[in-house]
Each structure stands twice: as structure tokens, then as C-alpha cells.
Design a protein around this ligand. Structure first.
Ligand SMILES: Nc1ncnc2c1ncn2[C@@H]1O[C@H](COP(=O)(O)OP(=O)(O)OP(=O)(O)O)[C@@H](O)[C@H]1O
Ligand SMILES: O=P(O)(O)OC[C@H]1O[C@H](OP(=O)(O)OP(=O)(O)O)[C@H](O)[C@@H]1O
Length: 316
């Protein structure tokens, strides 16, 4: 097939085909000027302006394809990478390397139990039924907990061959239904806002892993220079989303106080104004801090404060 043959000279980049990370990934590709046309029903798209092909895969499968080295780059959740890698030996030649935290898709994999009930600590689930989509991480978690309870953790038996008392079962989705249906005493599932958990009458009692979307690469990518170029473009878009540009005018004696509020990524840019004793300052400020920064700037005497969106960036 032509499409498959045309992959030979291209770097392969795996992107979640659906789910929570899909749209944010498309936005990131757009912001990085990675241009492609995806035919309906096709999970491969050739990039028009770079020797790159996008492969649309379930987020859970991306660490496998990148880890095997067949696909060079990928975006998925840190939770999915941890689930895939937690049974791998640290000296394995296959596997993935994290390139960049993408600052979206933030959630936590948490142990959850019914709000009303006798189970209050993760140890209370030992020997009971636990349902999850993350069986490897859950097994690792309960293996450690069981070893600790048996007082053997310090003797290095955490990864020992003793069989697990806790019964861990896999389901592919709607994990939160398992307790109400009587299939599980507790679950291990992702929590972002906590709405799903609370609606199902559950509460979190422990965190297995915190997650966000990450850019990963194989240990031996086919074109390391192109990997670096793509990482640099994506880093630029992420930085642009994370920061805004704040500009203001201030009298020189008040400049030190203002610069403490807006120190910038490297340092603020300061230009003399065509008015004696006044300067203009421009500085990158984290978007989530900008309202507080504006309040504080006003309090120290800054005026004409403007906040501008950053379209794209390459910063050190
Ligand atoms: N509620 C959430 N908030 C933020 N990120 C999430 C949330 N749920 C999942 N994620 C992230 O998105 C990744 C993919 O999860 P998602 O449930 O979207 O996958 P999927 O199974 O491919 O899609 P779907 O649930 O539509 O079948 C997770 O591994 C996690 O990193
Ligand atoms: O804390 P919240 O903001 O409510 O988000 C958490 C929910 O989001 C994910 O499921 P998703 O909606 O993707 O569907 P799924 O159960 O089919 O995976 C996750 O598995 C939780 O169920």
C-alpha cells in the first residue's frame, strides 16, 4: 500500500486518536505548524511541510509503540507511561524517554472507596477486590502495601514472588461503576475535578500517581535532529500558552519594587520613556499569576498596564 511505503523516510509521531488528550494535541500540532490532512477512518496522516507522519492511536497504546522503537515520538499521559514501564527492568534497551511536560491533561490516579463504609485506609483493601484500568500500577501499589504491612518492605521483598492477596481486576472504562455494581470493594481510577468520583458515591483515600500529558521519544529515534526541532516547536507553543506579556510604565524610583513583582523569565526589558524619570517595562508573567501581579503593580505605582497574549515563543 502506497501510504505504508511512504512512511519509510518519515519520523513517526503517535497522537491520541480520541479521549481527553485528543483535541489539546490537535491544537498543539496546529500551533507548531505541523500541517496534515487526515482522511476519515485513516489513522495515519502524512505531514505536508515536514518529513513526519502522524499515527493516531489510543493513549494507552502509545507507550508500547514508542517503547518498541517503531514509533519515534508520542504524546500520552504520564500515567500511561508509568503503567507501561512499571514492570520493565531499569536496564531494558526498549522503553520511552520523557522529553517535555505539556501542562495539560492534569489528573491523579487515586485509590477510591465508598463514601459511606468501613474502608478508610488503603490497607483496608488488602485481600479485597479492586477494579481498575491500570492493573500494573495497582498491582505494584498493593504489592508494596502488603509487603509493608507484613513488615518485610525493608528486607527488599517488595518485588518478591509471593502471590498478591488483593484481587485486582481489569475494566476498560466506567471504572467508577464497579463498587455500586458489587464487583469491587474499591477502585483505582483517574480523578481531575472529582465530579465522577463524587457522583458515584466514592471518596479518594490515596494517590498512586499524579499525571499530565507528556511528549515522549523512543530511546533510539530515527532522526534525533527532527525530534529536537519538533520538541522545540512544541515547547514554544506550551510556553506561549503558559505566559502572557505584561507591559507598564513606572517612575524610576519605583522600578525595583515593580521588577520584584515581574522578574520575567530571564529579566524584564526596561526602556527609557520620552518623559524625564519614567521607564517602560515589559516582562513575561505566568498567566495564572497575572491578576495578582496587576494588583501588586498598581499598588507600587505602575500605570498604563497592558497584558498581551503571546502567539508563539522560543525562550531559553
Ligand atoms: N478527567 C481527566 N482529566 C484530565 N486528564 C485525563 C482525564 N481522564 C483521563 N485523562 C488523561 O487522558 C488519558 C487518556 O484517557 P481517556 O479516558 O481519554 O482515554 P481513552 O480511553 O483513549 O478515551 P475514552 O475514555 O474516550 O475511551 C489518561 O491516561 C490521562 O492521562
Ligand atoms: O474527576 P473528573 O473530572 O470527573 O474526571 C475523572 C473521570 O474522567 C475519566 O473518564 P472519562 O470521562 O474519560 O471516561 P471513561 O470512564 O470511559 O474513561 C476518568 O476515568 C474518570 O472517570
Amino acid at each position: 500500500m502506497d501510504l505504508v511505503n511512504s512512511l519509510n523516510d518519515r519520523l513517526l509521531f503517535a497522537v491520541p486518536k480520541k479521549g481527553r488528550l485528543h483535541q489539546a494535541c490537535l491544537d498543539l500540532l496546529h500551533g507548531s505548524d505541523i500541517q496534515f490532512h487526515r482522511h476519515s477512518r485513516l489513522d495515519i496522516a502524512l505531514v505536508k511541510n515536514l518529513p513526519l507522519a502522524l499515527i493516531f492511536l489510543p493513549a494507552a497504546d502509545i507507550p508500547t509503540f514508542v517503547g518498541e522503537g517503531r514509533v519515534d515520538l508520542g504524546i500520552t499521559g504520564r500515567d500511561q507511561v508509568a503503567e507501561h514501564e512499571c514492570l520493565a527492568s531499569p536496564t531494558a534497551t526498549t522503553g520511552v524517554e520523557e522529553v517535555l511536560d505539556l501542562d495539560f491533561g492534569k489528573c491523579s490516579l487515586q485509590v477510591q472507596v465508598p463514601q459511606k463504609g468501613e474502608l478508610v485506609r488503603p490497607e483496608d483493601l488488602i485481600g479485597k477486590n479492586v477494579v481498575t484500568s491500570f492493573t500494573n500500577l495497582t498491582e505494584q501499589y498493593f504489592r508494596k502495601l502488603e509487603a509493608e504491612q507484613a513488615g518485610s518492605a525493608q528486607n527488599g521483598e517488595v518485588n518478591g514472588e509471593t502471590s498478591l492477596k488483593t484481587k485486582i481486576k481489569y475494566v476498560g472504562g466506567s471504572v467508577e461503576a464497579a463498587c455500586a455494581l458489587g464487583v469491587a470493594d474499591g477502585i483505582v481510577d483517574l480523578v481531575e475535578s472529582g465530579e465522577t468520583m463524587r457522583a458515584a458515591g466514592l471518596k479518594a483515600i490515596s494517590t498512586v500517581v499524579d499525571s499530565s500529558a507528556i511528549l515522549i521519544k523512543s530511546k533510539h529515534p530515527s532522526d534525533p535532529k527532527l525530534v529536537e526541532l519538533i520538541a522545540s516547536r512544541i515547547r514554544g507553543v506550551i510556553t506561549a500558552q503558559k505566559y502572557v506579556l505584561c507591559t507598564y510604565n513606572i517612575e524610576r524610583p519605583k522600578l525595583d519594587a515593580a521588577c520584584k513583582i515581574t522578574p520575567g523569565k530571564r529579566a524584564p526589558t526596561i526602556n527609557a520613556l520620552d518623559e524625564e524619570g519614567w521607564v517602560a517595562v515589559s516582562s513575561m508573567v505566568e498567566r495564572k499569576m497575572i491578576a495578582v501581579a496587576m494588583d501588586e503593580l498598581t499598588a507600587v505605582g505602575a500605570c498604563d498596564i497592558l497584558v498581551l497574549k503571546i502567539e508563539n515563543s522560543r525562550t531559553g
